[in-house]
Design a protein around this ligand. Sequence first.
Ligand SMILES: Cc1cc2nc3c(=O)[nH]c(=O)nc-3n(C[C@H](O)[C@H](O)[C@H](O)COP(=O)(O)O)c2cc1C
Length: 214
Amino acid sequence: MHLNKTEIAALKKVPRLNIINSITGIKPGNVVGTKSKDGISNLAIISSVVHLSSNPALIGFIMRPSREYRRDTYNNILESACYTINHVNSSFIERAHYTSAKFDKDISEFDACGLTEEYIEDFFAPFVKESTIKMALTLREQIPIQSSNTTLIVGEIEQIFIPDEIIDSNGYLDLGKGNSVGISGLNSYYELSYKASFPYARVHQIPKDLKKNS
Ligand SMILES: Cc1cc2nc3c(=O)[nH]c(=O)nc-3n(C[C@H](O)[C@H](O)[C@H](O)COP(=O)(O)O)c2cc1C
């Protein structure tokens, strides 16, 4: 298949949405935990989490347009300035997926989708007990992206939780061992398996056999 810009625009809405949502490749599977000032917890699956910087430790994610619909995650983050990001594990993919349904404001997706709220130390936002890798963040910035009518939410990591058995002495995480999952498009989930690691790439250390015609 080859499509140019005009042909992409002429596609039916659903195929266009699926193709453009999948073409970037595998995205990380996470659920974002928040709580309103009235104490109603919220959980939403998010596939746009991205690392921004390690020092300070900043993580971003894209919040879709909030004009047409009520967005509990967005409202709670603005209200409380904190949230959690929890890896989706293969043991609860389906439950995580259904957190994307538009539940009423007073319904917690934790209850509706069968996941367990976990409060650690005195952090206001709930973690997902079933999740193996998770972090607590405070809101640093929200950056409007005019061309897509979305918002980049920038958070600073306050706490991270990683099982000791999936992290090595250099800090590399084996996400396959942690049972984290990847997402393609809006409804397809993949398990991850470790393939290889390579040293920091320096020009004078490129393996000789990589060269064309070597
Ligand atoms: C696989 C998948 C990935 C999603 N990724 C995002 C995302 O990156 N950003 C976003 O704003 N919504 C995303 N959504 C939609 C939210 O999960 C959905 O709007 C959620 O219910 C938020 O509602 P709430 O904040 O009102 O609870 C995704 C949905 C699915 C199924």
